[in-house]
Design a protein around this ligand. Structure first.
Ligand code: AHR
Length: 325
């Protein structure tokens, strides 16, 4: 009997039941972060996910729950609800589009779980439903592209023919970049919008919609600018333009956003006229926000990041080689 009691006691000690309160198992010391990512629609998005995954590791005292919504907002809402049930410490949300978040963010708030918005914004009545936002000023990015167009065509009184390829409808990146072009169109009478197509931020869809559109044009139709709302759309547009005999860099000025390594290469070759930077490496900034809250402080609500723009004039091989994404 004595031997049996000893055995039970040693088993209890081994399984941790006899530990003092300060001696928590390693797992319990980790900060649990639930990330709901939009998908993997672009090179930018893949780099953004990698940035998060490289920061929120167990070696750095985090446990990461990562959910890819495959470009469906409903999947993101389900993921956030699951994180709430799992009682994570923080929720990081890259919202697909701006609207439709009030209820689920209220649920996170009621559960006492801070939500950090990354990349795009949400349009909610009560902005205390999220703790902070870190990302780009998409309208400012669009303004950079429009300013470039204004300089390029400043001496032209003839029509400037523009094809506009939009990103995912209702996303902050689409709204900001579209609004900037809209303002440019209003300000310049000779800027002529030939077509507005939905490329959904992907290369494949842009190739498809652009090929279909070019197929309807008379052979003499000139295109001066293709304003693509991200680099991957530019890759699809260039493929389609070349298929239909347009020369990118001579006939057509392709403009895009992100400035990923592949776009920089095409810019150096002259096929892309301008790519405006959109920095996806946001993991370290999100960690800073979390650490601020861990220290019991209130983080700054809005964090915009500094971004550049590239043409063949300011690009060097060194910039391309050192590009992380
Ligand atoms: O919201 C950021 C945008 O979304 C990037 O420009 C694009 O590449 C991504 O898919």
């Amino acid at each position: 009997m004595k031997r049996l009691i000893c055995l039970i006691l040693s088993l209890l000690l081994l399984t941790g039941c006899g530990k003092s309160e300060t001696e928590q198992p390693e797992e319990e010391k980790l900060i649990v972060v639930g990330i709901s990512q939009v998908g993997a629609e672009s090179d930018w998005r893949v780099a953004n996910s990698e940035s998060m995954k490289s920061v929120f590791t167990e070696e750095r005292d985090y446990r990461l729950l990562f959910e890819d919504a495959r470009q469906i907002q409903e999947n993101q809402i389900i993921a956030v609800r699951r994180f709430i049930q799992q009682r994570v410490d923080y929720i990081v949300l890259m919202p697909l589009s701006e609207t439709g978040w009030d209820s689920v963010l209220q649920e996170a708030w009621d559960a006492g779980i801070p939500v950090i918005l990354v990349d795009r914004m949400v349009d909610v009545e009560d902005d205390s439903l999220y703790a902070a936002h870190v990302g780009s000023d998409f309208y400012a990015q669009g303004r950079k592209a429009v300013t470039w167009m204004e300089r390029k065509f400043r001496n032209s009184s003839e029509a400037v023919n523009i094809v506009h390829i939009q990103g995912t409808p209702g996303s902050t990146a689409q709204l900001g970049r579209t609004n900037a072009l809209e303002d440019g169109l209003t300000a310049h009478e000779n800027w002529n919008l030939l077509a507005r197509l939905d490329g959904d931020f992907t290369q494949a869809k842009t190739y498809e919609v652009m090929s279909r559109y070019l197929g309807t044009l008379p052979p003499e139709q000139g295109i001066d600018v293709v304003y693509c709302e991200n680099d991957n759309e530019a890759f699809g547009a260039i493929e389609a333009l070349e298929r239909y005999g347009y020369q990118c860099g001579t006939d057509v000025n392709v403009i895009c956003f992100d400035a990923t390594r592949n776009a920089l290469k095409l810019c150096m070759e002259g096929k892309i006229a301008l790519t405006v930077e959109c920095n996806p490496l946001l993991g370290p900034l999100v960690e800073e926000i979390i650490q601020t809250m861990e220290a019991g402080q209130i983080p700054q609500k809005q964090h915009y990041i500094e971004e550049k723009q590239f043409t063949s004039r300011n690009l060097t091989q060194q910039i391309i080689d050192s590009r992380e994404y």
